[in-house]
Design a binder for this molecule. Structure first.
Ligand SMILES: [Zn+2]
Length: 128
């Protein structure tokens, strides 16, 4: 099922033109509509049951605006797996030749902090 223009606009407005995950500004045309709980389109029901997963829906509450990178990296992950992936990706980068050298020269700085998605920060602001 494709998402209507009206729904796309609602999704875009959810984070005021930012990616719901990394928070960078995205143009409407570049926005990808992400399913918070993945649709698992190519997964048969039995596989979903075996994996203990839940199949997401096209309901507006399950949709968030995403940039291409975050949408690509999130793939079929749920939020917590995606959070782990983002963290693990940095660990991997720091172990590469380029990462190590950039760290040595102080060109990049490794910061140990929890991954808080942009939409979570927005939600926290609303609650305060
Ligand atoms: Zn992003």
């Amino acid at each position: 099922m494709s998402i209507s223009k009206k729904v796309r606009q609602l999704v875009y407005d959810k984070c005021g033109g930012h990616c719901a995950y990394c928070g960078k500004e995205i143009a409407y045309k570049d926005m990808q509509v992400d399913h918070i709980i993945p649709m698992l389109r190519n997964f048969p029901d039995w596989q979903i049951e075996m994996g203990g997963w839940t199949r997401g829906t096209d309901d507006i509450d399950n949709l968030l605006p995403s940039c291409r990178s975050c949408n690509f990296r999130k793939g079929t992950c749920d939020l917590e797996d995606f959070r782990k992936q983002v963290k693990a990706q940095c660990e991997t980068l720091c172990k590469t030749f380029q990462g190590k050298m950039s760290l040595s020269y102080g060109l990049i700085v490794k910061v140990d902090k929890p991954i808080v998605f942009y939409f979570e920060k927005l939600n926290n602001q609303k609650e305060e």
